[in-house]
Design a protein around this ligand. Sequence first.
Ligand code: GLU
Length: 449
Amino acid sequence: MDEVLATILRRDPEQREFHQAVGELLATIRPVLDRHPEYRRHAVVERLVEPERMIMFRVPWMDDQGAIHVNRGYRVEMNSAIGPYKGGLRFHPSVNLSIIKFLAFEQVFKNSLTTLAMGGAKGGADFDPKGRSDAEIMRFCQAFMAELFRHIGEDTDVPAGDIGVGAREIGYLFGMYKKLQNKFTGVLTGKGLAWGGSLIRPEATGYGVVYFTAAMLAHRGETLAGKRCLVSGSGNVAQFVAEKIVQMGGTVLSLSDSSGHIYDEEGIDASKLEFIKTLKNIHRGRIGEYSERYPHALYVAANPTLGWNPLWRYPADCALPAATQNELNLADAQHLAAAGVRLVCEGANMPSTPEAIAFFRDQGILFGPAKAANAGGVAVSGLEMAQDAMRISWSREEVEGRLRAIMHTIHRTCLEAAAAYGLEGDYLAGANIAGFVKVADAMLDQGLV
Ligand code: GLU
């Protein structure tokens, strides 16, 4: 296994995030490889860390002033052992091959945990949607799909949203795919309700994170009611994390975006959340506007030179990082512990650094890893694919009931997989082991392909 890490470091020395994601998985599956020598014999790990296919392409587009821009597009098809490639698209200036590979790698094991038949992939572009007009977003999406369309399909690879790609972008991407292929299929998830989308898909990732959090608490005889929660981010995941916490009787103290964070001691209730949804999803404004509307709330501008995030210093019971990768480092973890936080559940993909995770585990702070806790989004994408295939749509109750059941199953699976290796209560090890074993066994069954 050290050899596997050494190989990827040598091959792609600059892919830091990818090394981090692989390193975290390998550190926890060692006992599985020791108990099952067939995985080593068949080089399962060596095969898992090399994407089945990587597509990189030019995305040329014209802005409203007539100037031409060129971005780089990606689709990394990591593993298709248990189903068609599945995973979101991210439009953000930080996107590069390392980021997309780490996300695709995580997606393989996350999708495996959902109980549904989906392989793992991720894609996107280093495009910055901030400040772009609707027409510019549409032209970018069309240019992106003008290449991606030949690589995807409802039984091949089914993209969805991620950071910077929401309902609007999925609409433009879908329209272009349909035009180029002359086919109306469920090739993307996160679609509009009138054209093949699923109820609860927008809410699914955030709701799922909170169901997972509630299951972790319930396992210890506790509930979310009365718990004070720090939440970061204010996009799709964070908005619905906050909504479900409030519905379950908890208090949401904070939210953030790249410009800073807000802290509302009285709690961000349902009506304040509506303000944030309109601000973010319709006006595409900055989080600081919250404290203009609610002057008792604190707004603190981001200060990257600090090296830690002041959002994680307020007294609370639970922390749910739901912004982006590596947003929570060792100093933040120490601040959280000092502030009384006893549970951390990840909404974003890989938000905690390895040092932060090691600290949580040392301190006995309950830790819900992203690939289990935030699997609800892609799980409902799987349910959207099922509804598309049957050409029917389920009610809110039907989809939310299935989502809740899936999150409870994932929670139980993590505990059982950990216990099978004497690692009682270790959700991180349990998620990695259970996610890995299903994919590894499928790869053995299917031979060397
Ligand atoms: N981008 C989401 C994730 O990180 C959802 C992917 C999907 O629905 O395919 O899991």
